[in-house]
Design a protein around this ligand. Structure first.
Ligand code: G3D
Length: 202
């Protein structure tokens, strides 16, 4: 009897869990974005002040419950020597958020190069992709209209997956919510291809 009630309870409270990788060059704003996502989507979250946030070295993780599912964010370091570790996580991931520093025109080609390398990976085939043109609060930054054609150039690599380029400011939080809600819909739609990782208790 206990196991029956426990099973029912578990069924009622458990959430499907999905992994979302946050990728991009160092200094793109990955850590700031993860903080903004947690702040926007977690009740009573005690956010870290932006001045206390340091660049991603290694791995930052974050958990957010949204629209009935749990997203486990893995924010991976963007430095050259850490990029080689990204593909170890591809097989486990259900979606990618790729962050661009739209104010850094000098590193746009570099960002595009590693983006192409990433989306060419077989382990990411069909996985939803949210490309964020970050730092839109900086007046001279590149807008989505400028960024989109650059990152859409190799559309054959993007293939048939859900893909969206959106403007965002991780610093002010503008656009963070919208992007994640779009991604959640895609992840749910795509769950026949990549089912939830496991179903643990809340
Ligand atoms: P990373 O984790 O990708 O390496 P961080 O990047 O999140 O550490 O951000 C790198 C720098 O960019 C930080 O500034 C951070 O405040 C800034 N940043 C991140 N997102 C935004 C944004 O949307 N707008 C603006 N204006 N700045 C942003 P510092 O000065 O600490 O290096």
């Amino acid at each position: 009897m206990f196991s029956l009630i426990y099973g029912f309870y578990k069924h009622m409270v458990q959430k499907d869990e999905y992994c979302v990788l946050i990728l991009g060059l160092d200094n793109a704003g990955k850590t700031t974005y993860l903080e903004a996502a947690k702040t926007k989507l977690t009740n009573n979250y005690n956010s870290i002040h932006p001045s206390k946030i340091t660049t991603t070295v290694g791995l930052n993780i974050g958990k957010v419950d949204v629209a009935g599912i749990r997203l486990n964010f893995w924010d991976l370091g963007g430095q050259n020597e850490l990029q080689s570790l990204w593909d170890k996580y591809y097989e486990e991931s259900h979606a990618i958020i790729y962050i661009i520093d739209s104010s850094d025109r000098e590193r746009m080609d570099e960002s595009k190069e590693i983006f192409d390398k990433m989306i060419a990976s077989e382990n990411l085939r069909g996985i939803p992709l949210l490309v964020l043109a970050n730092k839109q609060d900086i007046p001279e930054c590149m807008g989505v209209r400028e960024v989109k054609p650059i990152f859409n150039k190799n559309s054959h690599l993007i293939g048939k997956r859900d893909c969206m380029v959106m403007p965002v400011s991780a610093l002010t939080g503008d656009g963070v919510d919208e992007g994640i809600r779009w991604l959640v819909d895609c992840i749910k739609r795509n769950s026949y291809l990549r089912p939830p990782r496991n179903q643990e208790e809340m």
